[in-house]
Design a protein around this ligand. Structure first.
Ligand SMILES: NC(=O)c1ccc[n+]([C@@H]2O[C@H](COP(=O)([O-])OP(=O)(O)OC[C@H]3O[C@@H](n4cnc5c(N)ncnc54)[C@H](OP(=O)(O)O)[C@@H]3O)[C@@H](O)[C@H]2O)c1
Length: 295
C-alpha cells in the first residue's frame, strides 16, 4: 500500500510518518524543505518537495499513491480562509488527477458548523470538497491540541493561562500523537468505506481551570486560568505579529464555539484516546516553564 503524508514535520504528521514506518511501509512525504525531516526518518521515506498551496506540485508528488493523509497547513497570512481554499484546491486536484481513492483528513471539532468558527470554517470547506468527490474519506474531528500550549510559553512562565472562553467551559483536549494513531489506523484499515467522521477527543473534556491545575501539578509552576476580553486577546495576537485577518480567524475558533456549542460527535469509546495532559505536560512543558531549580 502506497501512502502519502502531508506536514511530515508537523505536530501530528511526524507521528504519522513514524507509525507508518513502524508498520513496515515506506511513506511518501510531501515537504517544503527535506532537510527539516527528522534525521532518523530521512532514509525511511520518499521525500518529495511540495508546497501544499501549489496544486501542480501536490499532484506531481502524489502520483500512484493509494491513500493520503492530508493536513491543511496552518495559515500565517492576511486571509487564512483563502489559504485553506488554496490547500483544498490542491487536495481536490491531487485526488481527481491521480485517482486517489482513500483520504484521511485532519479536521476539527466545530467543522460541522460549516460557518462562523474562524479558521475552522477553512477545514469545513475542505471536508465539503472532499465529500463531493465520492471517495473513501475519513474526517478526523479533533479536539484542542495539547501542543497549542507551546504557543503560550511566555504567559505560562508568568503563571497565567489566558483565554476568552468561560473558565468552566469544558472541551476535548487531545495529544497529537493520539490523533496520528487514529489516522494511521484509518489509513491502513480496510474495514471502512464511504464518508466517515471520526472524532478524536483525547482522554477527557477539561475546563480551563482543570487544565491550569493539571499544568501546575505536572510542571511545578503555579498556573492560574484567567479570562480576558476578546479585545485584550486581539491586542496580544497583534503584538505577537499576526495580521488582522489571522487575528480574527484565530479568535473566531473560540468565539464561534463559545455560545451553547455542542459538538456533533459526542464523546464515546471510539473518540476517546489515552494520552493524559498531565503526562504530556511533564514531558514537553515542565523543562521549559518550571521555576529554575525544579526542572
Ligand atoms: N491546533 C489545534 O488545536 C487544531 C485542532 C484541530 C484541527 N487543527 C488543524 O490542524 C492543522 C494544523 O495543525 P498544527 O497547528 O498542529 O500545525 P502543524 O501540523 O504542526 O503545522 C506545521 C506544518 O505545516 C507545514 N507547512 C506549513 N505551510 C506549508 C505549506 N505551504 N506547504 C507544505 N507544508 C506546509 C510545516 O512544514 P515546514 O516544516 O516546512 O514548516 C509543518 O510541517 C490546521 O489545518 C488546523 O486547522 C488544529
Amino acid at each position: 500500500m502506497r501512502v502519502a503524508v502531508t506536514t511530515p514535520t508537523g505536530n501530528v504528521g511526524h507521528h504519522v510518518v513514524g507509525m507508518l514506518v513502524r508498520a513496515g511501509l515506506r511513506p511518501r512525504v510531501l515537504v517544503r524543505e527535506p532537510g527539516r525531516l527528522a534525521p532518523e526518518l530521512r532514509d525511511q521515506v520518499d521525500a518529495v518537495r511540495a508546497d501544499q498551496y501549489d496544486p501542480a506540485a501536490v499532484v506531481a508528488a502524489t502520483r500512484d499513491v493509494d491513500a493520503l493523509f492530508w493536513v491543511d497547513p496552518p495559515s500565517d497570512g492576511e486571509d487564512p480562509l483563502a489559504d485553506y481554499a488554496r490547500a483544498t484546491e490542491s487536495v481536490v486536484r491531487a485526488v481527481t488527477d491521480n485517482g486517489i481513492g482513500r483520504v484521511v483528513f485532519q479536521s476539527s471539532v466545530g467543522a460541522e458548523k460549516r460557518h462562523g468558527a474562524g479558521e475552522i470554517d477553512g477545514l469545513a470547506h475542505t471536508e465539503t470538497a472532499l465529500d463531493e468527490l465520492g471517495i473513501d474519506v475519513t474526517h478526523l474531528r479533533c479536539g484542542y491540541f495539547f501542543t497549542n500550549l507551546e504557543l503560550q510559553l511566555h504567559a505560562l512562565r508568568a503563571g497565567v493561562l489566558q483565554v476568552i472562553l468561560p473558565l468552566d467551559q469544558a472541551m476535548a483536549w487531545v495529544a497529537p500523537r493520539d490523533i496520528a494513531e487514529v489516522a494511521v489506523t484509518r489509513l491502513l484499515s480496510r474495514e471502512w468505506s464511504g464518508r466517515c467522521v471520526q472524532a478524536v477527543h483525547g482522554p477527557a473534556d477539561l475546563t480551563w481551570r482543570e487544565v491550569a491545575d493539571i499544568l501546575t501539578a505536572a510542571t511545578g509552576r503555579q498556573i492560574e486560568a484567567e479570562r480576558i476580553t476578546d479585545d485584550a486577546m486581539r491586542a496580544q495576537l497583534r503584538q505577537a505579529g499576526m495580521t488582522d485577518g489571522l487575528v480574527e480567524a484565530v479568535l473566531g475558533m473560540s468565539t464561534g464555539l463559545r455560545e451553547d456549542f455542542v459538538p456533533e460527535q459526542p464523546r464515546t469509546v471510539q473518540s476517546t484516546t489515552p494520552t493524559l495532559l498531565g503526562g504530556w505536560a511533564y514531558d514537553h512543558l515542565r523543562h521549559r516553564i518550571a521555576p529554575s531549580g525544579e526542572r
